[in-house]
Design a protein around this ligand. Structure first.
Ligand code: B1M
Length: 230
């Protein structure tokens, strides 16, 4: 039996949890959006929490792709397909992660910095923030300083969030913060930064209020800094 034939035979709903998660990692790798959506739904129907599905089935799967992308095994088109498949799973999780019956606890404008089009991490942070009761205004990718500041002012945000996934784009965070300082608006906002190549030291060096390692850290930092500001 060829691998291809075997794959066609796999019925996701019949796999035990651990095999289903492994299969989802394979399907993510192969950019199979329908299968990722189906697997995500099956795990939710089996009682998994949305954050567990996100971490174990999707984010861990994307980490494998990241390694092979770095090592030249996978190329941009394949990684784009994987990203689309990941988004298919995230769209099922979004309503669950964003579910909140409470008044917004604060407003956040979030975007990926100029020159950078990676948006999965940013989208995830947005979802988790909504789930924690924040109103989130996602201004997209490739965002320059003027657009960040204008959006924060227009929406009267409490928090300005920036994402960067490239070592070549992360320095732009300092450009945004310096522009805020020049315009006398830096202290009007809590500035949070995140993205795989950043670290605590970088966050401090650009003048952010906090570096957020992941979406859960972003929620914790936002809550703590909002509480400290009030
Ligand atoms: Co890109 N890419 N990519 N890529 N890509 C990386 C980032 C890379 C590390 C891959 C690698 O070499 N291993 C590498 C960067 C190397 C470097 O700078 N040192 C890289 C490269 C080189 C490139 C291109 C230059 C490739 C090329 O064209 N030759 C190009 C750049 C395009 C551009 O932006 N100008 C490029 C393109 C792409 C795709 C378009 C194919 C695709 C993006 C699709 C999309 O986003 N819609 C893509 C992808 C998918 C990746 C990897 C594989 C996965 C990123 C991801 O989505 N991770 C990535 C490898 C990796 O990171 N392991 C890679 C999953 C996501 C949930 O995690 O984004 O880290 P992450 O977000 C986390 C935290 O970082 C944090 O919370 C999130 C959730 O826990 N966080 C925040 C993120 N943003 C935050 C904001 C906050 C708070 C927390 O605000 C408050």
């Amino acid at each position: 039996m060829t691998d291809e034939y075997k794959d066609e035979d796999i019925i996701l709903s019949e796999l035990p949890d651990n095999e289903l998660v492994e299969q989802m990692h394979d399907d993510l790798y192969d950019g199979l959006a329908d299968e990722i959506a189906e697997g995500t739904q099956i795990l939710i129907d089996r009682g998994w929490s949305a954050s567990r599905v996100l971490k174990e089935a999707l984010v861990d799967g994307m980490a494998i792709i990241g390694v092979d992308f770095r090592d030249g095994v996978l190329f941009v088109p394949e990684v784009l397909m994987a990203a689309n498949a990941m988004k298919a799973g995230m769209s099922i999780l979004k309503p669950i992660l964003s579910e909140t019956g409470i008044e917004p606890v604060g407003k956040m404008v979030i975007g990926t910095v100029k020159g950078d089009i990676h948006d999965i991490g940013k989208n995830l942070v947005g979802m988790m923030m909504e789930g924690a009761g924040f109103e989130v205004i996602d201004i997209g990718i490739n965002i320059d300083a003027d657009t960040y500041i204008a959006a924060a002012q227009e929406h009267q945000a409490n928090i300005l969030g920036m994402s960067a996934l490239l070592t070549t784009t992360m320095p732009y965070m300092k450009v945004v913060i310096d522009t805020m300082v020049e315009r006398g608006v830096r202290d009007d906002y809590i500035v949070l930064v995140g993205g795989a190549p950043l670290n605590e030291e970088f966050g401090e060096s650009v003048g952010a209020d906090a570096y957020c390692r992941d979406a859960a850290t972003a929620v914790d930092a936002a809550k703590a800094l909002m509480a400290a500001a009030s």
